[in-house]
Design a protein around this ligand. Structure first.
Ligand SMILES: CC(C)(COP(=O)(O)OP(=O)(O)OC[C@H]1O[C@@H](n2cnc3c(N)ncnc32)[C@H](O)[C@@H]1OP(=O)(O)O)[C@@H](O)C(=O)NCCC(=O)NCCS
Length: 170
């Protein structure tokens, strides 16, 4: 099976926060940020697999910081690990300071995509070779997150989630 590096899937979307995209506190509406993250993540999954991809699950979203009107927001999406047909995509969201240009991390999320053929049937994807320390940490934890997601979706028995269980038993 073919292998690829996470950097080959890196997708960066930079855009402004406009008035129609905010909540009553003049911060970016959560659903708008979810959509931007989904778009960036689906492009990253396509770059990794070069197939049609569908969102299978949103595993984690943390809205740690509000994103004010007028902000320049950068959504960075990159694959952390692939399994047979599924791919975990890790998303980091940054806000850019207007004067200094410095970037502050605002949010992060983890989505799972599945590569499918023209009939919607899952197909195999290349495996991931992590390179940086951060990529290796995210790669190692991805199996536990997949098991948790499958347990919560009722698709895996908790007793079969061996790597996840090991976290609590140690
Ligand atoms: C995602 C989808 C293709 C999975 O189909 P399925 O019949 O469950 O297929 P499988 O059971 O073979 O699962 C395929 C892969 O998805 C993974 N998967 C399925 N549900 C998952 C979940 N909730 N969390 C994590 N992974 C999941 C499986 O573990 C498997 O991974 P692997 O091949 O890497 O081992 C199918 O449910 C689908 O098409 N859903 C709609 C997707 C969509 O329209 N998204 C847009 C949002 S509205």
């Amino acid at each position: 099976m073919q292998t690829k590096f996470p950097s080959e899937s890196l997708t960066i979307l930079t855009d402004l926060v406009l008035p129609g995209e905010t909540n009553p506190l003049n911060n970016l509406f959560g659903g708008e940020l979810l959509a931007r993250m989904d778009r960036a993540a689906s492009i990253a999954a396509r770059r990794h697999s070069r197939r049609i991809v569908v969102t299978a699950s949103v595993n984690h979203v943390a809205f740690n910081r509000a994103v004010p009107l007028g902000s320049v927001v950068t959504v960075e999406a990159k694959i952390s690990r692939s399994f047979k047909s599924s791919m975990e995509i890790y998303i980091d969201v940054w806000i850019e300071d207007r004067e200094s240009g410095n970037k502050t991390k605002a949010n992060e999320a983890i989505y799972t995509f599945v590569a499918v053929d023209e009939t919607g049937r899952p197909v195999e994807v290349p495996q991931v070779i992590p390179q940086t320390d951060e990529e290796k940490i995210r790669f190692d934890a991805a199996l536990r997150r997949k098991q948790l997601s499958l347990v919560l979706a009722g698709k895996l028995k908790p007793s079969e989630a061996t790597e996840l269980k090991a976290l609590f038993i140690q």
